[in-house]
Write a protein that binds this ligand. Structure first.
Ligand code: SF4
Ligand code: SF4
Length: 196
């Protein structure tokens, strides 16, 4: 069957183009007006944009949200990881880099001198968590992956950061992790490229 033929007006696409311009201009004018009013402290109860302004704003995450890694700690605060490399072997993105070292305690065989996750390569599949035999890595932080940075290195999460997350979670709770991340984000905004 032959497809329906477009009329001359339809082939010009002008009505659709005009409709698109009308919608875009409508949103632009509305947002501009609301942002201007907000500057003067007016109409604060009306949103000036329809999208969620992450990271300043967050939606409620589901209990299954797995956004960022952390290395769990022993009761004495040292890292639980034994540098067995199972997580790095299981990682399909090959984004975990571990350097093992001899532990000063003869009871402990090895520990990670360096443990890094390249979050630009990570696909957040959770295989590392599944593979770990000693519950040394988790993704239950409820924090998003880092969304700002100017250099590749800004997105490589080192051992200290991964351990710090566990400490903050333990001492100040889940919301504190997000508050710290927001603080870092704001500092990065005001000082330019963030350094970690
Ligand atoms: S979540 Fe998946 S991709 Fe990311 S580090 Fe773990 S195993 Fe690798
Ligand atoms: S996080 Fe777990 S699986 Fe990965 S090296 Fe450490 S102990 Fe092994």
């Amino acid at each position: 069957m032959e497809p329906p033929r477009l009329t001359f007006a339809e082939r010009l696409y002008l009505p659709q183009v005009m409709q698109g311009i009308r919608v875009t201009t409508g949103h632009f004018v509305r947002n501009l007006a609301l942002h201007t009013l907000h500057l003067f402290g007016l109409a604060k109860d009306r949103r000036a944009a329809v999208t969620v302004q992450y990271p300043e704003e967050r939606k409620t995450y589901s209990e299954g949200f797995r956004g960022a890694h952390r290395l769990t700690l022993k009761p004495d605060g040292s890292v639980r990881c034994t540098a067995c490399f199972l997580c790095a072997t299981a990682c399909p993105a090959k984004c975990i880099n571990i350097e093992a070292g001899e532990h000063p305690d003869p009871e402990v065989e090895k520990y990670p001198v360096r443990y890094e996750i390249d979050t630009l390569q990570c696909i957040y599949c959770g295989m590392c968590v599944e593979a770990c035999p000693c519950d040394a890595i988790r993704m239950d932080t409820f924090v998003h992956p880092r969304v700002w940075g100017y250099r590749r290195e800004d997105f490589i999460e080192p051992k200290t950061l991964l351990m710090e997350r566990s400490l903050v979670l333990q001492e100040r709770g889940r919301e504190a992790l997000m508050e710290d991340m927001l603080r870092d984000y704001e500092a990065g905004q005001s000082t330019g490229p963030a350094v970690r």
